[in-house]
Design a protein around this ligand. Sequence first.
Ligand code: CTP
Ligand code: CA
Length: 224
Amino acid sequence: LEAAFQSKTLAGKRVLITAGPTFEPIDPVRGITNLSSGKMGYAIAQAAWEAGAHVTLVSGPTALDAPYGVQRQQVQTAQQMHDAVMAQVNTQDIFIAVAAVADWRVANASDQKIKKTSDSDTPQLQFAQNPDILASVAALPKAPYCVGFAAESENLLEYGAAKRIKKNIPLLVGNIGHHTFGKDENELVLFDAKGHQALAKADKQSLAKQLIDHISGELRGAHG
Ligand code: CTP
Ligand code: CA
């Protein structure tokens, strides 16, 4: 019993997680989105709950069921994800941004379905930048412990280290996009102020547990 109690490394902690893609409408039947199955974020939510945390998952559209014990809020757009996060982040100890948030939304989205007219006449989409949810949270005066994710297509070690500093967060988790999208396994690299460390290729559940262990350790280190 004592061992089981001790393994609840996040007992009493509140963890807020974003996961999945966002979907930005072009018109009522079309939109633009990012590649993300949600599997990594959902696995992290499950692992955090298993570690004893109260877990809220703000999720874009995925085909996944809510993990057992986890409170899920489903959203579609980056703006909705931003608003759902900002509404409750003040009470959180840890924020883990796993979502593949669309950097841009369609500024001139149509209220009605855009009709196909002639071959030469194509819709002219204009874009507006979405709020950066992670950067907004990290900039709060009493920010929770913030963890970011980065899927890169090249130069992971260089881009990962730079992105952690740019986002002003203690921990950034990097991976190579085409090694992970939709897959059950992944390879992660953790970037912090001390440098980087790789987590060997494993299934997403196992990586999620390792990441939650790492975060619990960092929190204990920082707060005694
Ligand atoms: N993120 C976010 N809100 C956004 C964009 C990104 O919260 N509007 C979060 C992601 O969930 C992730 C981290 O920021 O944890 C890094 O996302 P990424 O797309 O790699 O970073 P960007 O700063 O958008 O840079 P890039 O130009 O490489 O897309
Ligand atoms: Ca981005």
